[in-house]
Design a binder for this molecule. Structure first.
Ligand SMILES: O=P(O)(O)OC[C@H]1O[C@H](OP(=O)(O)OP(=O)(O)O)[C@H](O)[C@@H]1O
Ligand SMILES: O=c1cc[nH]c(=O)[nH]1
Ligand SMILES: [Mg+2]
Length: 210
């Protein structure tokens, strides 16, 4: 079974409080979402494998370490996942970026896929699927389905979000038991498809569409 972890780092918690505030405007919301994404990437990448390497310093030979595992791909679920990409690339600049477009039906909350564009070698990479909100879990499940369908092993995927609802965590773990899930917060419940207390509609707040 993959793990589910809430990232309790004080900076993550402080910044999350800033964007929960309904008076936080688009510009600040966008900036802080990226800052949280950087901090989450730092935490989530803790188990990346290292190998020994000797490097010549100006004073001698250092027996040092370098990353040795799979190369990384960041896969945002459009639109709102786009808000987390730059923050992750700040930390892992060589990562490739794939895109999965998904929207929820306003009445049924069923997800609909409208776009998939991934790096050719996606099934050889360590993948971070990012989306600020894990509500019913429908969008995340369908996005992981899209990757698995293309030969990705779910144990090579980490799902990284800002706010998760208990229902979404449960549904996503049931559909993809091998997946690791990371969130900045686990909130109380869902109401009309929205996370309560949550932070509202992440896509609309990021892009100023409401
Ligand atoms: O867990 P779920 O119930 O599927 O809900 C979560 C999804 O809803 C939001 O996207 P939305 O459909 O509003 O699209 P947007 O990002 O384009 O605003 C959010 O960014 C997630 O992708
Ligand atoms: O609370 C929610 C639920 C789904 N999508 C959002 O943007 N916010
Ligand atoms: Mg939205």
């Amino acid at each position: 079974m993959g793990k589910f972890e809430v990232m309790n780092h004080p900076l993550i918690q402080h910044k999350l409080t800033i964007i929960r505030d309904k008076n936080c405007g688009t510009r600040e919301f966008r900036e802080v979402v990226n800052e949280i994404a950087t901090l989450l990437a730092f935490e989530v990448s803790r188990d990346m494998p290292l190998e020994d390497v000797d490097v010549e310093t100006p004073e001698g030979t250092a027996h040092a370490k370098q990353l040795s595992g799979k190369k990384v791909a960041v896969v945002p679920i459009l639109r709102a996942g786009m808000g987390m990409v730059d923050g992750i690339l700040d930390l892992i600049p060589a990562a490739k970026v794939g895109h999965i477009g998904m929207y929820r039906d306003e009445k049924t909350f069923e997800p609909h896929e409208y776009f998939v564009k991934l790096p050719n070698d996606i099934n050889k990479r360590q993948i971070f699927v990012v989306d600020p909100m894990l509500a019913t879990g429908g969008s995340a499940i369908m996005a992981i389905d899209a990757l698995v369908k293309r030969g990705v092993d779910e144990s090579n995927i980490k799902f990284v979000c800002l706010v998760a609802a208990p229902e979404g965590v449960k549904n996503l773990r049931k559909a993809h038991p091998g997946l690791d899930i990371f969130a900045a917060a686990l909130d109380d419940h869902l109401e009309n498809g929205y996370i309560v207390p949550g932070l509202g509609d992440a896509g609309d707040r990021l892009f100023g569409t409401k």
